[in-house]
Design a protein around this ligand. Structure first.
Ligand SMILES: *Cc1c(COP(=O)(O)O)cnc(C)c1O
Length: 411
């Protein structure tokens, strides 16, 4: 490489910096379908790390459905939705998704996206543009997912929206700020289930506040859709809320086992996004075969099989909460399949992940900027395909690993 190619030198230096801070991330190549066992580098690992909570990503009915979808619609959509890419499969899916949330959102309409990242960018920037320059005020929870944070930043850059961060565990400051806010458009943005902690947003209280202070509430339920509620409709079903102020975002690559995302909201908001949202308008439609596959996934989520799978998950969560106690490491109290174990330093989190790997487990260390500095962790996630025995074995191994690391640190 040429010595005075400065951008290249910068890249090498930046990567060396990441190495030094133990913040460099590594791609691992899987050789098997996503499931509770993963073939990685010719080894079989027990995986407790995916977001395939219901264990649908390799479900035979979905594998058949995607083949059927490809036979019906081919493999590419060929264009963005407003040009010629909007298939009947997309339309059927959007109607079914709207029906999922219609008990909770009046006049519900849904809009399908290829990813949750895109859906969040679209929703936040699009809604901010309902008002004029400088007229929107956005309240964003501090621990929100990166895609919400980026959506808020872009909205703020495009519309000069005012941005206020709040602590989702203490809503007093949010309420205080809303009470003094004279902006014509107020939007509260929050994760339904916090992706790195597993706790659930206080949705009932937030809706009350949205109604009292004339705000919209965007809930990103990436980790609740399919998991929460008797029928798996997500956080709105679980908390039995109903409001025309809810903008619901669900993703379809996690519990739904496939790929994609959707926004569900009262119809005029969705129509506005179709007209004006750039991330929606200027992106090629997802292959219709994916939308077709998702119709089967939604059936599985809602019916007896989904109910059984959620029961299995809940049993795993209960056993974990009863039986997993660490001597030194902090656990976040979570009633969802996301169960973080906080180790603090990057070095400890990496050491634990390495020992787990040696014991045949795949649970990566999660480090900043995904989580706050000093709260590096193991993020353990359950799948309905895990058995109770799988979980008990993991608990045993984790206790041994904690002792090992703590005795090294203490020594
Ligand atoms: C995964 C995730 C997203 C992004 O969804 P993709 O479909 O993976 O792009 C958005 N929000 C949260 C909270 C997530 O965990």
């Amino acid at each position: 490489m040429s010595k005075n190619f400065s951008a290249l030198n910068m890249a090498e230096q930046q990567i060396a910096n990441l190495d030094e801070q133990l913040l460099r991330r590594k791609l691992r190549i899987t050789e098997s379908p996503c499931n509770i066992k993963a073939n990685v580098g010719q080894r079989e690992l027990k995986a407790f790390c995916s977001n395939d909570y219901l264990g649908l990503a390799n479900h035979p009915k979905l594998v058949s459905a995607i083949a059927e979808g490809a036979n019906l619609y081919g493999v590419g959509s060929g264009a963005s939705h407003l040009i010629s890419g909007h298939s009947i499969a997309h339309d059927l899916l959007e109607k079914k998704l709207a029906a999922f949330e219609s008990k909770h959102i009046p006049d519900a309409r849904a809009l399908f996206f290829s990813t949750g990242y895109l859906a969040n960018m679209s929703a936040i920037t699009g809604l901010a543009r309902l008002a004029g320059q400088g007229e929107a005020s956005i309240y964003s929870a501090k621990l929100n997912h990166a895609s919400l944070i980026d959506g808020v930043r872009l909205a703020s850059a495009q519309t000069k929206a005012k941005v206020t961060l709040f602590d989702h565990q203490d809503l007093h400051s949010l309420e205080e700020a809303l009470g003094h806010d004279a902006h014509p458009l107020k939007l509260i943005v929050i994760d339904g289930v916090f992706s790195m902690d597993g706790d659930i947003a206080p949705i009932g209280k937030l809706i009350q506040m949205a109604e009292q202070y004339d705000a919209l509430l965007l809930v990103d339920d990436a980790h609740g859709f399919g998991v929460l509620g008797k029928q798996g409709h997500g956080i709105l079903e679980q908390s039995q809320v109903h409001s025309e102020r809810i903008i619901y975002v669900g993703t379809l690559g996690k519990a739904a086992g496939v790929s994609g995302a959707f926004i569900c909201a009262p119809a005029p908001f969705i129509e506005w996004l179709i007209q004006k949202s750039r991330p929606y308008i200027y992106s090629t439609a997802t292959p219709p075969a994916i939308a077709h596959t998702l119709l089967t996934s939604l059936e599985l989520i809602e019916n007896d099989e989904g109910i059984r799978r959620r029961q299995q998950l809940n049993e795993l969560i209960q056993i974990w909460n009863e039986e997993m106690t660490f001597s030194n490491w902090e656990q976040v109290s979570s009633s969802t399949p996301i169960q973080p174990v906080i180790l603090g330093s990057n070095a400890n989190a990496l050491a634990a992940a390495k020992l787990l790997d040696e014991a045949g487990y795949w649970i990566p260390a999660i480090r900043p900027p995904t989580v706050p500095v000093g709260s590096s962790r193991l993020r353990i996630t359950f799948s309905a395909n895990h058995s109770i025995d799988d979980l008990r074995e993991l608990i045993k191994i984790l206790k041994i690993i904690e002792q090992k690391i703590e005795s090294e640190v203490g020594a």
